[in-house]
Write a protein that binds this ligand. Structure first.
Ligand SMILES: [Zn+2]
Length: 175
């Protein structure tokens, strides 16, 4: 297993439409292991493959228990799609690809999600609460969408300016 580098906004790799997974092999399992390790290292609850520069429809999620511990609710979603949705809920979201920023975003309250597992078997999940929100956030990544796209243009432009400046400073520090 290995911790991969996280791609951060405004990197164009976060804006691609990801390709479906067709091979359910050992390499896929290894990739999802790396995704979990990378996610835990950065204290995330979900991670989509494009966030580590892999343009494929793969998501890992692990919603913590009440004591904050992770590891019991590991989910691997391959080629996921939302097949039913209802209600509305607003909550504060963050993203490992948009570090140190949080914003209130509206999502569907309950969803039904269909996907494949690591063996290519079809799985169906009925989700609500934090899991449903996390699934919607991560699925957006597979279509090149970020949670900040739901914000007003003004807020997004401000963020873009801030993150471009930050990247320049980081690049300079590495020279
Ligand atoms: Zn995200």
């Amino acid at each position: 297993m290995a911790i991969r580098e996280i791609v951060t906004f405004p990197d164009e790799r976060l804006r691609q439409i990801c390709a479906p997974v067709t091979e359910f092999d050992a390499a896929l399992k290894e990739l999802t292991d790396d995704m979990f390790e990378t996610m835990y290292d950065d204290e995330g609850i979900g991670l989509a493959a494009p966030q580590i520069g892999i343009e494929k429809r793969i998501v890992v999620i692990d919603i913590p228990e009440e004591d904050g511990k992770q590891g019991k609710n590991k989910l691997v979603l391959i080629n996921p799609k939302i097949t039913a949705k209802e209600g509305e809920v607003a909550s504060e979201e963050g993203c490992l690809s948009v570090p140190e920023y949080r914003a209130e975003i509206k999502r569907y309250e309950k969803i039904t999600l269909e996907c494949q597992d690591l063996n290519g078997q079809k799985q169906i999940y009925e989700a609500d609460g934090l899991l449903a929100i996390c699934m919607q956030h991560e699925l957006d990544h597979l279509d090149g969408k970020l949670f900040i796209d739901y914000l007003s243009r003004l807020k997004r432009d401000r963020l873009l300016t801030k993150y471009r400046k930050l990247k320049k400073e980081q690049a300079r520090a590495h020279e």
